[in-house]
Design a protein around this ligand. Structure first.
Ligand SMILES: C=C(O[C@@H]1C=C(C(=O)O)C=C[C@H]1O)C(=O)O
Length: 119
């Protein structure tokens, strides 16, 4: 830093700067509260999704159907990628998220099929 090139990282000082920082912190807390609400909604949605996939898993186990259905997954991925694009969300991220969730679902279905879900 020189007199001609002031340090851009230095925090501003003085009463105006302090007021602006307080306002920024209040804004940050408001935004974080919305983030927390969205995270809570996602947890509830995921819990509901797993309730239904467990229902599917029990049905499959009862009738000897395979735990995974790769053709359905392909169609789901194509649909989710298109929805993600429309929503300005990275489609590769949407696909990664889906594969992560489905891997867990299939693990549950395999446990239901071989009875390891019960003690
Ligand atoms: C839930 C199912 O089982 C698996 C899990 C899927 C999912 O979580 O969406 C989709 C296909 C299957 O590989 C199903 O067959 O519908």
């Amino acid at each position: 830093m020189t007199a001609e090139t002031p340090d851009r990282d230095a925090a501003a000082t003085g009463p105006d700067a302090a007021r602006e920082r307080d306002a920024a912190i209040a804004e940050l807390l408001g935004i974080r509260s919305s983030i927390d609400n969205i995270d809570a909604a996602l947890i509830h949605l995921l819990a509901e999704r797993f309730k239904f996939t467990q229902q599917v898993g029990r049905l499959k186990a009862r009738h000897g159907l395979p735990p995974s259905d790769p053709d359905r997954e392909k169609r789901q991925i194509a649909r989710l990628r298109s929805l993600a694009e429309d929503a300005h969300l990275d489609p590769a991220f949407a696909e990664k998220w889906f594969n992560f969730v489905v891997a867990e679902v299939i693990r549950h279905h395999e446990e239901l099929a071989d009875g390891t879900d019960r003690p």
